[in-house]
Design a protein around this ligand. Structure first.
Ligand code: UT7
Length: 351
């Protein structure tokens, strides 16, 4: 029987026009271009323009390009998967907003909450639906607007300087071409470290998982999903990251999950034509590259221009690599991600 696999039929990305350099950030907080470049590789990032760009609008723009390149129209899309950690609304999810903006009728729309691994998790979900013949055109979007929710005072500089806004999208279709398409995906999570990189407040956690139970709003015992004056005073309504701890785990999990994908398919690291890692920090990608002994031309990085765009980083990078002619027919492409959760994941694709 002919095997059905999933192929990426079209890619697109959208980044807001507002470019924010390291020097721009150094005007509002105690940081500098040298520190940011040396520790992260980032030179600039994009920020959404208020009343214009949102995760859903950026995702919609990226999707339009991906759909055009795949040669599909709104009627063809039969499922939407939307990955983000910065949704337009707490609920409903961004998938339905993209569905509405694109006029996709009443197809299903699923939101994925797996942060930096969101796109690869979404890819794996889509792959299952396509292999089983359930859907024929899945729109997968990764989109983030970090800038509206980060701390621009010196207190938040470690987190704030690394994140950027943007969106990437892919249209996924079945293929029966021998050996082509998504060969394997691998998903992992370790909730032990859930709070090491997290946006906790406001939330419904009731103070149960945080060491400081006073974070749970005392003002109104029935309303926990609100920002309290204490949170604002302490900055607990901003994302928190234990940077060094995350870094150490990332450099362990990236190679691990890449090796897992290679082992599952019988390939060696030398067989990879292009590794597109989640753009967390250029130092992490370089560490992984060195460990795997991959030459420069086999690892794609664009964090220098866009910062860390979480769920959007892999589709933006993959799309840019493709636009630059670095993803060619027959190439073995490896995607790998690690981030908050912790979650980590990989995919091997024969293009
Ligand atoms: O995508 C999801 C996964 N996320 C990641 O993978 C991020 C992983 N972690 C990292 O990328 C790095 O840990 C950071 C880039 C966030 C931080 O770099 P670091 O080398 O781990 O720095 P650090 O947090 O250990 O801080 C070193 C020093 C500290 O000063 P002291 O205590 O040595 O005086 C910080 O206060 O650098 C200071 N610092 C800064 N200085 C200037 C922290 N942030 C900044 C900043 N500008 N933006």
């Amino acid at each position: 029987m002919t095997q059905i696999r999933t192929k990426i039929a079209g890619l697109g990305f959208f980044v807001p026009e507002n470019i924010v350099t390291n020097d721009d950030l150094s005007k509002v907080m105690d940081t500098n271009d040298e520190w940011i470049r040396a520790r992260t590789g980032i030179e600039e990032r994009r920020y959404v323009t208020r009343f214009k760009d949102t995760p859903a609008t950026m995702g919609t723009e990226a999707a339009k390009t991906a759909m055009e390149r795949a040669g599909v129209t709104a009627e063809d899309i039969d499922f939407v998967i939307f990955a983000t950690l910065s949704p337009d609304y707490y609920f409903p999810g961004g998938g339905v907003l993209v569905q509405r903006e694109l006029g996709l009728g009443h197809c299903g729309a699923l939101d994925v909450r797996n942060q930096c691994s969101g796109f690869v998790y979404g890819l794996s979900i889509a792959d299952q639906y396509i292999r089983t013949g359930t859907y024929k055109n899945i729109l997968l979007v990764g989109s983030e607007a970090h800038s509206p929710g980060i701390d621009f005072s010196t207190r938040g500089r470690d987190v704030t300087v690394i994140f950027g806004d943007g969106a990437g999208a892919a249209v996924l279709q079945p293929t029966t071409e021998e050996g082509r398409g998504i060969l394997t995906t691998h998903l992992h999570a370790d909730g032990t470290h859930a709070e090491k990189l997290a946006f906790i407040n406001p939330g419904s956690h009731s103070g149960v998982f945080t060491e400081d139970r006073s974070l749970f709003p005392q003002e109104d015992p029935y309303a926990s999903l609100m920002i309290t004056p204490k949170m604002i005073e302490t900055g607990d309504h901003y994302p928190y990251m234990d940077g060094q701890f995350v870094f150490k785990n990332a450099v362990k999990r990236f190679p691990e999950v890449i090796s897992e994908a290679l082992q599952a398919t019988g390939y060696n690291v030398e067989d990879i034509d292009l590794l597109v890692p989640h753009q967390a920090n250029l130092r992490i990608a370089q560490f992984v590259q060195k460990l795997l002994r991959l030459p420069d031309e086999k690892v794609f990085n664009n964090i220098q221009k866009y910062g860390n765009t979480t769920a959007a980083s892999i589709p933006i990078a993959l799309c840019e690599a493709w636009e630059q002619g670095l993803v060619k027919d027959g190439d073995l492409i490896c995607l790998a991600a690690f981030g908050s959760g912790f979650t980590w994941a990989s995919a091997l694709i024969r293009w």
